[in-house]
Structures are given as C-alpha cells and as structure tokens.
Design a protein around this ligand. Structure first.
Ligand code: PMP
Length: 434
C-alpha cells in the first residue's frame, strides 16, 4: 500500500503507474508512497507539490558534487555545441578522460569507458574469465555489483536464503548462479576454503572494498591484503568494485587509502556527477586482451565514451582532484555521525552509527558489524525502515531500503546537517518512547 498523496502527485503518480511498470524505472525507486520529482539543485530536491527535501539519497551516490553542479553542466553544454556522437575513432575527450583516470587510480594503466556500473563489472568478469580460461568467480554475501547474471546470486538475502542460491531475479539460469561462489566479507578463511574446493577454477574474486550496499562494513586491512596474496598465489584476478568508493573516498578510490592494488577496478556513479558514465581500469597486459587491442574479449557499446557523459566525467574528476572536496565532505560526515551517535546514546537506543567519509549509516544493532552474518543476527530492519520513513516526514530524503547508506555531497552545508540531526532527535525520541 502506498501512503496518500496530494492531488497533483496523485494524478502524476497514477499516470506513471499506467505508463511504466510500477510507475518507476528501477525497482528500488518505489518507496512505499507516491513520489514525483520535479527539480533537483545542490543538496535539495523538490517534489511535484513544491515540497523541498534535504537529499541524502543523492541518486544512490551518483551526484557527488551535488545536483546540477554548474561546472559539470557548463562542460556538458559546451561540448554539445560541437559534437554529439560519432561512433568511429576516438574523441579528445575520451583520451583526456582515460588519462585522468589512469593518473588518479593507482592500479590503472589503461581504462575503458562504459555507461553503467553494471556494464563495468560485466566487462571485468568477462575479461577475468577470458584471460584465465577459468569459469568460477567469488563474490561476498551482501555485495552488489549490478544486475547482470554473473553477480546476481546472494545480494541482500533474507536469513533463510543467505549463503544459498538466492537469485535476486527470476530468469537467471542455474549454471550462471552455480558459477558464482559466495564468501563472507572480512573472513579470509571462507575464501581460502573456496579456492581449496575449486582448484584452478576460480577466475576472479570481486568485492566492494567497503560494502556500501549493506551500509558500511569496514574492511580489516589484513583481509584485503590476504585477498591480494591469495588471488596472486592461486592465479586468479582481484577485482575491486569501486562503483561507490571510487573517487568518493579519495581521488584514487579506496585502493589509494588501503594500499592494496587490485588487478582490475570498476567505477561509475560519482564519476560523472549524475551523467551516465562508468569505467573499468587495470593492468595494461590485461586491458590489452580486449578486442579493441587485438585480444579475444569483446569490447563494444554504441554509447561508450559519448561526449556529453565524458565531458561530465572530466569536469567531475578534475574538481575532485584539484580541490579540498574530500576534506570538506569528510568533515560533514563526521558532524552527522557525531550528532546521530550522541542522540542514540542519550536515548539508550541500541545503534551503531558508522560509515566512511561522506557515507553515513545508523545500524540498529548493539555493535559494529564485521560481516553479513552480524547483520543477519543482530540488525533490527524494522527500526531502520521506521527511522527512514519518519525522516521523510521531516523532509529528509534517505535511502529507504534496509541497510543502505546515506550520502553527503559537495553541496551539503553544516546547516543541512544540523537540520538533519534536529529531525533525527525528534524521530528517534518518538521511536524510543513508543
Ligand atoms: N557496483 C556497485 C558497488 C554498485 O553499488 C552498483 C549500483 N548500485 C553497481 C555496481 C551497478 O551500477 P549501475 O547501477 O550503474 O549499473
């Protein structure tokens, strides 16, 4: 059931439901009440009734600089005066963008551009299988890498389905699910076990270095180093899916912070500040296995490296590389975390307020989770959903799905954060006294 909406929203929402399956173009955009967005600027979005929200959803983190960033918009507009899409050769923009990524991401020798994070992880996995000649991949319970079949097993599973064959979608063939093995994050032994059981068959281990699709499990350094050593020993590739962490946590992604170098890296989301651009980088000897360089792994895509998106990426990455952006959003992240932690502590709510830099999450559980098992056993999903639902009533837009994270952008201010903390105090006080 969806909550009541005003006449304007109700009318538009009814049209949406008639024209589009479920009224939305990505299933998680359906949030339990009609929502029609009319405008987005900076840290705010406005719905069809003119109601303004402070936005921590930030397009799942894609609008890292804030909505409608003027510098990015101008770069796109300028580019569109000269070119749209040609589809032969390469543009100066693509060269400049790849050079920029290669300079920023420590493990990147060469880079390809795609349209989405899903395409990037698809290409990384296919490349890993192509170069190793092996069939299996290892992913971690709770990590999300897009919607293609190789990574659709065991994303955010219910307790009954976790660690099993939870396919996320119908229409995925059993052999595809069986070719994806599931391990536990921060538990190197669970990965060692899979390598021992499937000798010489594992092509790659893929992970979000911080699994932000279940909030923010912070990785043990020894775990990441262990994965690097193990994959090397076993002849498998290590893929960091930095679709969320990439560029957001540091110009060089989380690998710059942890110092562990993967063979391949995927990114997307924040790369173009809301424009559809994503990418994949890696060692030159691996990247040269793409068919564009004469290798056997097909590289194709009509819109790959399209001028508007590529110009958006160059403008975004240049900003991230040349300003104090990370310092500013990290400080605001600390401010929000400290504010929320003080409230839950005052009220005696069992909560763990955590995150990393600009990413903030309040888990409703008594301790810091290390892996997915901790979340299954201890997290109060109902309290989380209720908190986020009520924050919406206070004009704060947060990701409504259980275990997702909240994002601070370059456009948020200390006032926005303080207003959010004030709203949280009201909401959590209500919840604590019911
Ligand atoms: N990898 C990660 C870590 C993601 O969070 C996502 C999207 N949530 C993807 C891949 C897929 O990206 P896209 O939605 O752009 O296809």
């Amino acid at each position: 059931m969806l909550d009541q909406a005003s006449a304007t929203t109700a009318d538009l929402w009814a049209r949406a439901e008639r024209a589009i399956p479920g009224g939305v173009n990505s299933a998680t955009r359906r949030i339990g009440r009609p929502l029609v967005i009319e405008r987005a600027r900076g840290a705010h979005v406005w719905d069809a009734d003119g109601r303004r929200f402070i936005d921590y959803h930030a397009a799942f983190g894609a609008t890292l600089l804030g909505h409608a960033d003027p510098v990015v918009g101008e770069a796109v507009a300028r580019t569109l005066v000269d070119q749209d899409l040609v589809g032969m050769g390469v543009s100066r923009l693509e060269i400049e963008c790849a050079e920029l990524v290669n300079a920023m991401i420590p493990s990147a020798d060469k880079t390809i551009l795609t349209m989405s994070g899903t395409e990037s992880t698809f290409q990384a996995i296919r490349l890993a299988r192509g170069v190793t000649g092996r069939d299996l991949i290892v992913k971690f319970q709770g990590c999300f890498h897009g919607w293609h079949d190789a990574v659709s097993r065991n994303v955010i599973s219910t307790p009954e389905k976790a660690y099993g064959m939870d396919p996320t979608s119908s229409g995925i063939l059993a052999p595809n699910l069986e070719a994806t093995l599931i391990a536990e994050f921060n538990d190197l032994a669970s990965v060692q076990e899979l390598f021992a059981r499937h000798k010489d068959r594992i092509a790659a281990v893929i992970l979000e270095p911080i699994p932000h699709n279940i909030g923010a499990l912070l990785p043990d350094q020894a775990f990441l180093e262990g994965l690097r050593a193990l994959t090397e020993e076993e002849g498998a590739l290590l893929i960091f899916d930095e679709v969320i962490t990439g560029f957001r946590h540091a110009p060089g992604g989380y690998q710059e912070i942890c110092g562990v170098m993967p063979d391949l890296t995927t990114y997307g989301k924040a790369m173009g500040n809301g424009f559809p651009v994503a990418g994949m980088s890696g060692r030159a000897d691996l990247m040269d296995q793409f068919s564009s360089a004469g290798g056997s792994v097909l590289l194709a895509g009509t819109f790959n490296g399209g001028p508007a998106s590529t110009a958006a990426a160059i403008a975004t990455l240049t900003h991230l590389r040349t300003t104090d952006f990370h310092q500013r959003v990290f400080a605001l992240g600390d401010r929000l975390r400290a504010g929320l932690a003080a409230i839950t502590e005052d009220l005696g709510i069992e909560a763990c307020v955590t995150g990393y830099g600009s990413v903030v999450i309040c888990y409703f559980m008594p301790m810091r989770p290390k892996g997915y098992r901790d979340l299954l056993e201890h997290h109060d999903d109902k309290a989380y959903a209720e908190f986020h639902r009520r924050m919406y009533d206070h004009d704060i837009l947060m990701l409504p799905m259980s275990l997702k994270r909240n994002h601070i952008t370059g456009a948020h201010t200390a006032e926005d954060v303080d207003q959010t903390i004030d709203a949280a105090r009201v909401v959590l006080t209500e919840m604590a006294h019911e």
